[in-house]
Design a protein around this ligand. Structure first.
Ligand code: NDP
Length: 335
């Protein structure tokens, strides 16, 4: 395709660390960045080789030099920014969590449908070779009926990200909207199944403020009876990540795979012994952008669609409700 020209809504860390290079790796370019602060936007543009910066959402979305937008502002801003972009006919890749409420997230999907633009949610973990290999192995029946899954996704939030996630509930801070939402999406993808209910507890390990949890554990029940356990945190400097699925006739043990990097391994353990699954590692965000571009051309769908963003958000919102009520809480998957 002709070079895809991206407008960045948000002068964010994720765009700087992963997405601008992913656009370029796919032959595209970030042509303009929007920041609420003119000086910050200008220095961000200069630092990352972006032609120009603006403080006007309207100007960015209506710009003829922009084909698609990438929204990576704080979470309370996603909805309004997506509405503006869709109305201007721009394809939208939006960061997770899509919004702070299910009603908003559903409205975002409806708005993109209404304007006939492609919508993707940047759930990068679907693009990991580890998770793709586990999904395939399950489909091929290599572990029989899946009975349990376990997600180990407790990390240490690096100092440069110790901001709104820890002290701004109104921006969608807290570990469940930040990390549990990714677990939910990865479980839905690997298991190719949908969750029905969740029970969870949040914890406060000294980082979260304003009542925000910085750790969580819980269990998600899936439609075929499988139980999935999750452990998320901002506070653990030495924990490893992992993703396991245990079935009637085998287990899949993924290590070092709940990460932004193309790494990790998966062991298949059955009565025949242990086998390391062959993995074809590719940069997660590069693959995400490749599939998004293909979707614009009418070939397939983004790796995580807007609908996926709504459903995975619903799990995180239900987990938050469950943590507050102490009861198993139903997950509404209506989009
Ligand atoms: P940042 O905190 O880096 O950026 C969010 C906003 O904060 C920016 O839009 C910017 O506002 C403002 N900001 C950023 N840096 C500074 C600074 N130094 N001084 C003042 N203001 C600043 O957020 P992240 O990149 O961590 O997250 C952004 C979004 O991406 C969130 O929705 C998050 O959940 C998601 N995310 C997704 C990941 C994934 O793998 N899918 C990974 C990480 C984040 P302005 O634009 O107005 O300048």
């Amino acid at each position: 395709m002709a070079k895809l020209r991206w407008g960045l809504i948000g002068a964010s860390t994720i765009a700087a660390e992963h997405m601008i290079s992913a656009f370029r790796a796919n032959g595209g370019e970030a042509v303009v960045v929007m920041s609420a602060n003119a000086d910050r936007g200008a220095s961000y543009a200069k630092k990352h080789g972006i032609a120009r910066a603006t403080t006007s959402l309207k100007e960015l979305v209506e710009s003829k030099e922009v084909d698609a937008v990438y929204i990576s502002t704080t979470n309370e801003l996603h909805r309004g920014q997506l509405f503006a972009a869709a109305a201007a006919g721009k394809h939208v890749l939006c960061e997770k969590p899509l919004a702070l409420t299910l009603a908003d997230a559903r409205a975002m999907v409806a708005e993109c449908r209404k304007h006939g633009v492609v919508m993707g949610t940047n759930h990068h973990l679907r693009n990991a070779a580890t998770h793709r290999a586990m999904r395939e192995a399950i489909k091929e029946g290599r572990i029989g009926k899946p009975l349990f899954a376990r997600v180990f996704h407790s990390v240490y939030l690096p100092p440069h990200l110790q901001g709104w996630r820890l002290d701004r509930p109104e921006a969608g801070g807290g570990v469940m909207l930040d990390i549990t939402v990714h677990d939910a999406d990865t479980l839905r993808f690997v298991l190719d199944d949908e969750p029905t209910s969740v029970i969870a507890m949040g914890s406060h390990g000294g980082m979260g403020r304003a009542g925000l949890e910085d750790g969580a554990m819980g269990v998600i029940r899936f439609s075929q009876g499988l139980l999935a356990q999750f452990h998320d945190g901002f506070t653990t400097k030495y924990a490893t990540t992992g993703f396991e699925v245990h079935g009637e006739s085998g287990s899949l043990i993924g290590r070092d795979c709940m990460t932004q990097e193309p790494k990790g391994e998966v062991l298949l353990r059955t009565s025949s012994g242990d086998e390391a699954l062959k993995l074809d590692h590719e940069k997660l965000y590069v693959r995400s952008i490749r599939l998004f571009q293909e979707a614009i051309l009418g070939r397939g769908a983004p790796s995580a669609t807007g609908e996926d963003g709504v459903k995975s958000l619903s799990v995180a919102i239900s987990a938050l409700k469950a943590a507050r009520s102490g009861t198993e809480t139903a997950i509404d998957l209506t989009v």
